[in-house]
Structures are given as C-alpha cells and as structure tokens.
Design a protein around this ligand. Structure first.
Ligand code: SD4
Length: 330
C-alpha cells in the first residue's frame, strides 16, 4: 500500500532529516536516504556525538558504531568500535550489501572499510583531545562506566577496586540524589546519537543509527546503537524503532525490537515506545534515554526517561521543512 514517504530521527538534527528526505525523493531508496541522513550528522559532528572527534575513550581515541537495518529483507549491516574510519554508516552499508555478514568490529572493521575504499585516518580532533586531556587532568572523573576508581598512578587504568561508592550511572541502588547528580553530569554533552527511521513510498521501511558512543568509555566498549533490536530495528510489515541514550543499560532490553513487536501486536507507536522505555525504567528508574517509533501507516510516536523533553525531527511531503517535535518524558 502506498504511504506518505517519511523520515524521522532522534534529536533536533534537522539537517539530517532534510538530506535524508531529499535523497528519499530523488532515489526512492530508503537505504540511501538513511545513509545520507546519518552521514550528514557524521560530517556535521552533530553535538560531537556522531562521527569523528567526539566521545574519546580512555585512551583518547574515538571509535564509531553504526547500523542499517532493512525491514524488507530483514538483512543488516553494522560496525562496532570501528577504528580510524570516519564514515561509519557508509561502512555499515557495505557490510549490508557487500557481505554475507551482519556485524564487523574494531580494528578489523576499519580494515574491511579500507578495502572497500574508505580512507584510514585519525578520528582525533582538538575538541576530542581537549575532552580527553581535561578528563585525565581530573584524575579520570567522572567515569560512569566502571564501579571502581582508577589508580591515579597508572594514568587512568587499570582500576583499583575501592569501598568508596562512586557515582555509577544508572545504578538502581543509588539514592535519588546521587543518581540525579550522575544524570546531570552524564547529560552534559554525552548523548545525542542519531537514530533514523525511513519509510519509502512503496512501504519499504529502514532503520539505522550512527554514533561515537560514550565519553571516556573503556576501550573496546560498544553501546546499543549498532546492535539490532537495541539501537534500531525495522520490519516493513509492521514498522520501525530506534533508541538513544544510556546504551549500556538500554541494550539489555532490546527496546527497538520490543517497540516493533508491540506495534505488531496492535498497539500505537506511542504506546509501543512507552512500553520499551517503561520496561527499562522499571529496573533503572533514572536511566537516560529515548525511543522513536513509526508504524507502517506512518503514524509516529516517542517516549523517554531521565530528561525533561525528548526532541525528534520529522519530515514528509506535507511540510516544507523538518519539524522538531518534543515528547514529555516519564
Ligand atoms: C551509546 N546510545 O553508545 C549511545 C549513546 C547515545 O544518546 O545514544 N546517547 O550508548
């Protein structure tokens, strides 16, 4: 059935929405639209959380995660912790279309990319270097990703176990006060992955993400964004969903898969997104994250937790430019 072609993505990344929609109109290919949309954010370094030069790990290196999930074929391509290649979404497409595999990781994902023609280059910038230096000067604080303190004599690692209770992001046993403090620190420039959902005129639905992950992560850490069913999921018979936020926690609940399955069972995209968020919040009340969802009729919904409002950007044929919507969070 013919639907109104549609692009929706997390946050107010309207340049991405616009470029994706323009590509969708000119190619009628949702995969190309999604790739172009996410690439726009990679190039613009959206909030320094997409593309090169952001979220340096404990060694100061930026690594990239991305996925494209095709809801027609139920095929996918993803990269996780990819080193030294800027165009993560472009490489994800190569994994999708040029291999029988689904997911390549790390140094070797970069080598695959290089064989496919992508240049190997440093992902470091003055900005990412600055984040890293400041964090090191601060004795590697804050660090939400370990439950032990770094050994100051060892240049931020390995870690020395301690009795002292650190501010651990999303630890359900934290008091609200500490948890809020964690949230406020965590929310400072440490989110905003792009997650995008595209519906073509012919009902072909594609979902994807691109991100540089989380600040000061332990090298090797991969978040939710490139994981199918966690960062993004699509089924052209039903709809699609994508998530953003505290990926270490969110991936445990496969929120994008859950939202799509909720829609399959007949609930609205809004209720589906809310169920995906609520399932996580039940165990991790202060977790930070948002989910966007769309059904095959082009009805959209979103839900969020741990922030006040969650913006997402939408474009279709009925409007001249992308519109940013805000959903109130639980
Ligand atoms: C991650 N989900 O790597 C990403 C970060 C993010 O909004 O989406 N922040 O955990």
């Amino acid at each position: 059935s013919a639907v109104n072609p549609l692009v929706i993505n997390t946050w107010a990344f309207t340049e991405s929405t616009k470029n994706a929609f323009t590509t969708l109109k000119s190619t009628s290919d949702p995969v190309s639209a999604l790739e172009e949309g996410c690439r726009t954010c990679q190039t613009l370094q959206c909030d320094f959380t997409v593309g090169y030069g952001g979220s340096p790990d404990e060694n100061g290196e930026s690594t990239l995660d991305a996925i494209i999930f095709d809801g027609n074929t139920m095929n996918m391509g993803a990269v996780g912790g990819m080193r030294k290649v800027k165009d993560a979404i472009g490489v994800a497409r190569k994994v999708l279309e040029n291999t029988e595999h689904s997911f390549l990781v790390g140094e070797l994902a970069g080598q695959f990319a290089n064989k496919m023609g992508f240049p190997l280059e440093s992902l470091e910038t003055n900005y990412s270097q600055g984040l890293y230096e400041t964090w090191k000067e601060n004795n590697c604080q804050p660090n939400f990703w370990t439950n032990v303190l770094p050994d100051p004599t060892k240049n931020c690692g390995p870690y020395t176990p301690t009795e002292e209770k650190q501010c651990i992001k999303s630890d359900p046993i934290l008091t609200n006060e500490i948890s809020k403090d964690c949230d406020s620190k965590f929310n400072t420039g440490n989110h905003d992955t792009i997650g995008m959902l595209v519906i073509g005129q012919d009902g072909h639905i594609v979902a994807g993400t691109s991100t540089n992950g989380a600040n000061h992560k332990i090298p090797g850490r991969v978040g939710d964004s490139p994981i199918p069913g966690a960062g993004a999921y699509a089924d052209s018979e039903v709809g699609a969903a994508a998530g953003t936020g505290d990926g270490d926690v969110m991936m445990r609940f496969l929120p994008s898969f859950l939202a799509v399955e909720q829609m399959r069972s007949g609930v609205t995209p809004e209720a589906a997104a809310q169920e995906a968020i609520s399932r996580i919040a039940k165990k991790y009340p202060s977790f930070f994250g948002g989910v966007i969802a769309v059904n095959k009729d082009g009805v959209i919904g979103a839900a969020c937790n741990g922030m006040e409002k969650f913006p997402f950007s939408v474009m279709n044929d009925t409007i001249d430019a992308p519109i940013v919507n805000y959903v109130n969070c639980t």
